[in-house]
Design a protein around this ligand. Structure first.
Ligand code: SF4
Length: 219
């Protein structure tokens, strides 16, 4: 199957089965989203959503977080993975937002990446979800699912995957395509044991087709 046909099939499949696909991180504004996204690295969204109500109550805006102590922030986020590093990054991020951006989270991917704790993936998530900037954030789920289906078969890094997905998906659906692949990776195409028997993409999935061929060759 040609790569363009594969992308078209994947788009059609998700448009039919997952017309609404959004972040599962609870937030009401760009500040809350960037905090939640920083906390979500190597941590489940469920855990982050347990932590953030208290966090946003104690540190409701960047100015308050910028003046918080490491101990105060650590105490609130300690049930999350890497709390020490994340506490440092959160305070550093808030300080920079206050000093350089007058307390408002910047909306460009480049400026977002200037903030401590914000790599390309987090910047893409915030730009896309909070500011509607077309972007495809490649996290572990997107990287794995895109490779298995064969949308980014030769990509060795998240940046390469991002480029291939941006080429294959129409620009106007980049944001939703990112959520499709994340949610598919979280609930169906699971890292250790993908639920291929429940997956509607078997027909076009390179990984699945390869497994079938190997099975047939053995019989
Ligand atoms: S068929 Fe299996 S490997 Fe392929 S996308 Fe679906 S769950 Fe993942």
């Amino acid at each position: 199957m040609k790569i363009n046909d594969k992308f078209a099939h994947v788009v059609k499949f998700f448009q039919q089965t997952m017309p609404v696909a959004e972040t599962e991180l609870d937030h009401t504004n760009p500040y809350e989203l960037i905090v939640a996204t920083i906390l979500s690295a190597q941590c489940t969204d469920k855990r982050v959503n347990i932590i953030t109500p208290t966090f946003f109550q104690k540190f409701p805006v960047a100015e308050v977080l910028a003046n918080a102590s490491l101990e105060e922030v650590f105490e609130v986020i300690k049930s999350c993975s890497y709390p020490n590093n994340k506490a440092k990054n959160l305070i550093g991020m808030a300080k920079k937002v206050v000093e350089k951006f007058n307390g408002a989270i910047p909306n460009s991917i480049e400026e977002l990446q200037e903030l401590p704790g914000v790599g390309r993936k987090t910047a893409n998530v915030v730009a896309s979800v909070a500011f509607n900037t077309p972007a495809i954030a490649v996290d572990t789920h997107v990287f794995r699912v895109a490779a298995r289906i064969g949308l980014s078969s030769k990509a060795k890094t998240p940046t390469e995957t991002e480029k291939q997905l941006m080429k294959g998906f129409p620009r106007e659906i980049w944001a939703v395509a990112h959520h499709w692949l994340i949610l598919h990776g979280r609930y169906v195409c699971i890292a250790r044991k993908p639920k291929c028997e429940l997956c509607g993409l078997r027909e076009v999935c390179s990984d699945f087709q390869q497994k079938m061929k190997s099975k047939q060759a053995k019989t």
